[in-house]
Structures are given as structure tokens and as C-alpha cells.
Write a protein that binds this ligand. Sequence first.
Ligand SMILES: Cc1cc2nc3c(=O)[nH]c(=O)nc-3n(C[C@H](O)[C@H](O)[C@H](O)COP(=O)(O)O)c2cc1C
Length: 233
Amino acid sequence: MLMRDQEPATAADLAAMRVDYGAHLPEPEEADLDESWVAGGWEPLLRRWIEQARGLGVAEPNAMVLATVSLTGPAPRPVARTVLCKGLSPEGVTFYTNYDSAKGNQLAADPYAAASFVWPALARQVHVRGVTERVSAEVTAAYWQARPRDARLGAWASQQSRPVTSRAELDRALAETTARFADVDDIPVPPFWGGYLLRPDEVEFWQGRRGRLHNRIVARIEATGTTVERLQP
Ligand SMILES: Cc1cc2nc3c(=O)[nH]c(=O)nc-3n(C[C@H](O)[C@H](O)[C@H](O)COP(=O)(O)O)c2cc1C
């Protein structure tokens, strides 16, 4: 329960909020991010950072803020929300969602996306930018098998991103879906649901340093190979 009688944060409170970057790193040299750290590719380092965040007890260490482009207004505008990275390979990062959702429609109109992982406890962030594509039905089916029954029912019941008149209507939709699949052991993948692979052409690793200039290393992935550059913080 949120504490309703808590004083609201003032502008001065917000301005005074700062943490000592890197205080929770497993080793101080973990802050010494440099170009050599991505010599083996961007994927092993991202995997390692997710694993270190998990080791530290970070909730949802695979959460990433996914930005897409909306082209429906007078001018293109970015739209961001959180999704979970459910697959990681040298090809890219995979997430699952409703293909008819706002993000699904945005990706159909413009497949470019950016995903940002942030782990404040480790003073780290990673930005993955590139083009998305739908994963195969086989890849989606394999992940779907790992989803618990509740999550499967939820995927069927929700017309994600569409308006709904009330909570009761949502609960009714779930109850109807639950009844519909009551005799079905292995609830199938909805035709409107599946994965996207974000294939990066750019991956930036950012490591905050205690009271010092932070480290930023960006890998640019092209057909001819990968170039690595340090950026100013
Ligand atoms: C920690 C966290 C993880 C989430 N993971 C997912 C996810 O993997 N897939 C998904 O469709 N929505 C996920 N959501 C919900 C999305 O942020 C979002 O509300 C939803 O996908 C609808 O987005 P859209 O209307 O922009 O398409 C997650 C939310 C949070 C806070």
C-alpha cells in the first residue's frame, strides 16, 4: 500500500537526490569499462551485466524501456514503455507482446526501435538500437510453452492498448477466456501475439564512476564489421 500521508517530494528534494555511482559494483575495476570489453561482441557483455544485476537482487534485471516511433500524428513522435528481454543472442534482443498493441502497430509502420536497460544499483545502462522483425512462429511457440497458464489467459483476454470501460469489463473478459479454455490443457498461442527481435546496429554501454567522468563505449555493427568508439560522458 502506498503511504498516502507521505509528504510529496519538493523540487529541492528531487534536486538533492543523488547516489554514489558504482558503490554496489562487485569489484571497483568493474567501473573501468573500455573498448576491449566489447572485443568479443556486445552480447556477452550485456548478458554479463544482466547476470550481475540479477546477482545483486535487482528486480526484473532483464527489463528494458522500449522506444518506438508513432507516425499517426502530424509529426513522428517517440513512444516508450517497459518490456522484458526474453532472449539474447549475437543477433539481437527478443521481447514478446501483442502484435496489435500500440507498439505492435508502431513497429509495423516503422520497424526501428531503441531499448534501454538501466540498473541504477550498478550505475549502468545499455542502449540497443536498430531494426525489429517478428520472430518465427516456432520461436514464439517455444517461449509460449514456458508461460504459465495465467499469463497465457491474460494474453488471450487483453486487447492490449485498446480502451476499456471499466475494470469489471476486463475481469469479465478474463472470466470468459478462462471458461473458453477450461477444457484445454495446452492453451495455444494467440494469432495476435508473439516475439520481436531487435537487431542492433548500435549498442552503447554506460558505466557510471564514483565522482569521476563516466565511461561510455559504443559498438556500431555494420555488414563489414563492428567498430567501437568511446563517447564523452
Ligand atoms: C517491468 C515491466 C515489464 C513489462 N513487460 C512487458 C512485456 O514483456 N511485454 C509487454 O507486452 N508488456 C510488458 N509490460 C507492459 C508494457 O510496459 C506496456 O504497458 C504494454 O506492453 C502496452 O504498451 P503499448 O500500449 O505501448 O503497446 C511490462 C511492464 C513493466 C512495468
